[in-house]
Each structure stands twice: as C-alpha cells, then as structure tokens.
Design a protein around this ligand. Sequence first.
Ligand SMILES: [Mn+2]
Length: 321
Amino acid sequence: MAASTAASRLSPPRPRTASPPSTPPRRSRFSPLRAAKMEAVLSVGAHVIPHPRKAETGGEDAFFVDSDTGGVFAIADGVSGWAERNVNPALFSRELMANSSAFLKDEEVRHDPQILLMKAHAATSSVGSATVIIAMLEKNGTLKIASVGDCGLKIIRKGQVMFSTCPQEHYFDCPYQISSEAVSQTYQDALVCTVNLVEGDMIVSGSDGFFDNIFDQEILDVIAESPGVDEAAKALAELARKHSVDVNFDSPYSMEARSRGFDVPWWKKLLGAKLIGGKMDDITVIVAQVKTVVIPDDEGSGVEQEQGSELGTGAAVVSAE
Ligand SMILES: [Mn+2]
C-alpha cells in the first residue's frame, strides 16, 4: 500500500519557535584579492510534475528563477489542506512567488532572502499557506538561503552532498508554513543558512514531493550522468515521479513514516508486511550550477549578457503545467 498518514498538512496553531541560525565560516572562494574580475553566477534548470490528480490545474507548487543579481530562485508549496475549506491551495503559493520575484527590484531585499520573504509574505493577499525556500547567490559566491517548512536544498561538490537544509515541522507531515492566518510561522521562523560556493558546485532544490521520493545517492547519480542543468532537473523530477507512484518503493517518505511509528496494522506486520510506497505529490526540482564570469574593464556590462545566455530567461513566475 502507498504510504499515508492521517496527519493533515494544515497546521493547527502552535507556539512560534525560532530556529537557530546556521552560519558556516564566511571564507569566500571568490575573494576580491584572488579574482578581482570574476563573479559567481548560476546556470539554472527547473522541472515541475504535478500530482497525478492535479495535472489539469497545474498543481500547488510554484517557483521562480531570476537571472539578475547573479542568481535567485525560490520554491513555494501550497498546503493542500486548504482545499477542505474550499480554498484553492495554489493561489497562495503562486502569489507568494510572484511577489517574491517583484520585490527583487527592491534594494533592501537584494542581499537577504529572509527580508525578501518578509516583504513577499506581507504583500500576499490570497488565503492559504505554503512552505517556501528562497536562495540567493552573491557575486562573491556566497549562497544565502531562507526556508520555512520542508522544501529542501542540497549542495553537491565533487560528487558528494556537502550541505543539506533540515525540514522544519510541527509534527510528521505538518511542516512549518507561512500563511494568510495570523497564527502561523513568519520570516522570523525561517531556517537561515549561508554557504560559500565554488565554481562547479551543483545546487539541487525541491519541494517535499521531490525529496520524499528520491535518495541522495540517486540524486548524485543523475547529476553525474546529466549533460546539463535542464536535463538534470527533468531526469530528477521524472525519477521522483516514478517512485512517487510506485507502491512497492521503500521511499524516504515511507521510511520516515515508519520511524515515526506509522505502519500497517499489527496483523499485517505478522505476515511480514510493512508500510512502504512512494508519496504522490507535486514535484518541483531546481538544479543550479555555479559558474564564474569574467567582468570586462567597463565593469558590469559583460556579465549581464553572459547571465542572460546561460539562464535563458529572466524573471518569471512559473507554476506546474
Ligand atoms: Mn508537497
């Protein structure tokens, strides 16, 4: 049987708990002394596969990728429990991403994903809630991350996962989330991380529907085999999707569910059965590769061009199709 739990992803009010910030050493590999004319940028690919039953409406995940400022991307996962209150769960996540993209022009948020989240949340008028992750690459190679809930981000260097965000949750299957309701998490609850990246590092970010259905080793294998970020994002999403509908796949989600005490009834256990299966959900994957570009003497102009050609598109809000 497919893994499932009775727990709703719609959270009841809980006391707010600030997450301890994680601040790795701030030693940049793109220091002005070593490379005065180099800047870090991201080459980004993205792929979305909606929940099988939500294919017509595009699902409830939303994301955006922005090539200006060196590379910003974000994912929001609309909490599906709102459908029980006759609210379209996609509206909140999509508006949050549209607002996040719009606020990138605001000087105050250009270097702080947590402030971007604060402003985008405040500007969002739709009813609903969402988990969200925002990542910003600075020109010196510093990646800044703010995450509320269980969207994830991993950094792969030399074929190994060298960094992963941790999910935040109230209880199993009920992640922290920002909401239209006053009682919810806010930007102040965000997990905030800063990681110094080097050229060639790969970033793999996704909604919970991705990470619940794929193991780290599979991510590493796909990244190693893929010729580019677009192909990698597509292949990763498709592998997660395949697992998500496989009732015999012992997914990270079903393993986690068992570790939390969810399982098949005792009499089935006696027959050797256990709770396994993928988790059907919207699947969003963003793959980004860190590159460096050389700044010509008339500082700045050449970078914009190169970013444009690498990233393909400028700011765009995209939801699942
Ligand atoms: Mn999800």
